[in-house]
Design a protein around this ligand. Sequence first.
Ligand SMILES: [Zn+2]
Length: 149
Amino acid sequence: MVVYCRYCQEVTPHRVKGTRVQLNVCDRCDATNLLITLVKSNGEMHYGKQVRFVEWESKELGSRYKQIHDEPQVGFSVIVDPQYLQFTWLTTPIVEIEDDKIDVGIRCISFKTENSSYKLYISIDREEALKNMVRKDEESGLYQTDKDG
Ligand SMILES: [Zn+2]
């Protein structure tokens, strides 16, 4: 698996450590990293397990959100770790998506907001693997939902 390492400051191979709580550890420096890293051009970094894109009702600052999306688009804000709209980091709306490429195991999106530019790293192997695990559990009935009760 490859993940953006906050210490190496580049995409490096990682291994999974631990059984109950799984951590992603950099093969080079042994740092633990999360699957999503948002790097601001001034070097500021934000990490998370999930990323989504927020569409706003209007262009005015402080307007209400309209919808949460899985894919980025001009006008959307990037939200790291959205949980009931409490979040660790929210950018101002994207004004330009400069680059969006998938290398082996990782997606890198370069974009500009009005005030800054960012690079967003999303480890995809692992996210896909996790999704598949949940799906498998659901299929095998291991995953209990409200419907069952
Ligand atoms: Zn590292």
